[in-house]
Design a protein around this ligand. Structure first.
Ligand SMILES: [Zn+2]
Length: 246
């Protein structure tokens, strides 16, 4: 069991939250019970996840995508009201960590995805959200590995050469970093989504672009964070998958 404020402070410190200029609040977003024993984690604080957390009698939910974003209206109506109402009625704390969780070198989305995909010599590029590393495989086997680990068929664009030795990646909707990946001279750039321009940019620059799913690439950081917190504070945790094909 841990005190809510102690947990919030610990995470702020551990994830270096103050270092990031983000477009959402990182940390406690909705206050629930003072003492926390059971935590659940999920990728996004949608209504399905909150309802499942209520069923599990969770004291806290940890997510990568919370419910407050700077570019959204800040009035509490409609589904936002419903979510906040459910959290408050059930005394559930909502903790959200966005960019600090992508970037973290131990439990971050990028490093965790890299581990799952067997990437060696993983490093963040200039301390940014873009990572690079080495592979020793071919495109067909690497695609199969992604499908097996992430449970979805990735979309492949651009260069289809078979042997792959280097990769850059950034989880989520980071297809815009493709221009930075080109400068790194890697064989593959992997992210979660694709834009209209991405296939042509990949082809014209002789790069393989892999779109492996925004949700699918961002399941792992929040789980690693919660496992870390469970060890540290002797809590119980459960990851709840709310299926999302994007
Ligand atoms: Zn995301």
């Amino acid at each position: 069991m841990v005190n809510r404020d102690e947990l919030n402070n610990y995470c702020a410190n551990f994830l270096s939250v103050s270092k990031y200029k983000d477009y959402c609040p990182n940390g406690l977003q909705v206050e629930g019970s003072l003492n926390i024993n059971k935590i659940v984690s999920g990728v996004s604080a949608n209504l399905d996840l909150i309802e499942l957390a209520v069923d599990e009698k969770a004291d806290a939910i940890f997510v990568h995508h919370g419910i407050f974003w700077n570019n959204e209206s800040n009035v509490i109506v409609g589904s936002k009201r419903k979510k906040i109402d459910l959290l408050i009625k059930n005394n559930i704390n909502l903790f959200a960590y966005h960019l600090p969780l992508d970037a973290h070198s131990e439990v971050g989305n990028n490093v965790e995805l890299g581990r799952i995909l067997g990437i060696k010599n993983m490093k963040s590029v200039d301390d940014s959200l873009l990572w690079h590393g080495d592979l020793d495989t071919d495109l067909m086997n690497f695609t199969r590995l992604i499908q097996k680990e992430l449970g979805r068929v990735p979309e492949i664009f651009g260069r289809k050469n078979n042997s792959v030795n280097s990769i850059a990646w950034c989880t989520g909707g980071a297809q815009g970093f493709i221009d930075k990946a080109i400068n790194l001279n890697v064989d593959i750039y992997l992210s979660g989504e694709v834009s209209e321009r991405t296939p042509a940019v990949a082809k014209e620059n002789n790069l393989t672009y892999i779109s492996a799913g925004h949700h699918a690439t961002e399941r792992y950081g929040v789980q690693a964070l919660c496992e870390h917190l469970c060890t540290k504070f002797k809590l119980k945790q459960q990851f709840i998958e709310v299926n999302n094909s994007v």
